[in-house]
Design a protein around this ligand. Structure first.
Ligand code: FES
Length: 280
């Protein structure tokens, strides 16, 4: 078993767990994910690595208990996981960039909801390696924000945006970006947006217009995370890609978001049936 050494409720059915996983902790990089399974009969759940401690040999995972499998995890993962497989997927493009190129970038991360978790290790990695990055974290309301204190330690500037204006900037992350550019003299050469698909779609429409290259993470559409189920198939420009094998990060300006969201909706119907079964 892979022991859960710490478990903490963040907000909005979102849980953070530190799991002993020495091999993953040794070699993972920001952007990669693992597949966890509670027991032999449990579904495989792909989760992005939110943090790692190479000395303590732990990784930090964040999940929102919204589906049948994650609801089971919420109740039962204090006992640990039968499997933690990884690191899987490609590391974040930023971690692989030549140093001289990365040093020239003015990076802005835009995180929405549970998407704040995969943004966190990238911001931390950049700071630890001597690079700066601004971060916007968005939520519908103040109570739904996660990882604000953690993010503050590593972000050069942290901006909070809430739809209802209960905390920070009033508006969504996209409005906040426009405000930073128009009213605060900010300039960015690269955006990394991770959050709900609809958020990433609209961020990409804005940044395309502004000519700012944008990376998005397509982890929301992954199901088994192995390249076999086909649920994460994507049109990226004129190419077909699999989020779990080729990504999860892609050039957001090339993604066909409407097609990806339709695929996600199809899966949700299956997931809905499963939840009903669990509740019966
Ligand atoms: Fe199943 Fe990628 S998640 S093929």
């Amino acid at each position: 078993m892979f022991k859960v050494v710490n478990k903490r409720y963040l907000a909005n059915n979102i849980w953070l767990v530190d799991v002993e996983a020495p091999n993953v902790a040794k070699s993972c990089l920001p952007g990669q994910f693992v597949i966890v399974r509670l027991d032999d009969k449990a579904e495989r759940v792909p989760l992005t690595i939110c943090d790692y401690d190479r000395e303590k040999e732990t990784i930090t995972l964040v999940y929102q208990s919204v589906g049948a499998s994650t609801k089971r995890m919420e109740k039962e993962d204090d006992n640990g996981y039968k499997d933690v497989v990884g690191p899987l997927g490609q590391p974040s493009e930023l971690c692989l960039m030549p140093k001289e190129e990365l040093a020239k970038e003015k990076i802005l991360f835009m995180a929405g909801g549970v998407g704040t978790a995969p943004v966190y290790p990238q911001v931390k990695w950049l700071k630890e390696n001597g690079y700066e990055a601004d971060v916007i974290v968005g939520a519908r309301t103040k109570d739904l924000l996660i990882l604000e204190e953690e993010m503050k330690q590593w972000a050069t500037n942290l901006y909070i945006a809430t739809d209802d204006g209960s905390y920070g900037f009033k508006g969504n992350v996209n409005d906040c970006l426009k405000d930073l550019l128009a009213n605060h003299g900010k300039e960015y050469t690269r955006v990394v947006a991770i959050g709900p698909m609809i958020m990433m779609k609209f961020v990409c429409l804005t940044t395309k217009e502004l000519g700012i290259p944008t990376i998005v993470s397509m982890n929301p559409i992954m199901v088994d995370g192995t390249g076999m189920c086909g649920a994460c198939r994507l049109s990226v420009g004129d190419k077909i890609k699999f989020a779990c094998v080729d990504g999860p990060e892609f050039d957001g300006h090339l993604i066909n978001f409407d097609e990806a969201m339709n695929r996600q909706r199809m899966y949700k119907t299956e997931e809905g049936r499963k939840i009903l079964k669990v509740q019966e």
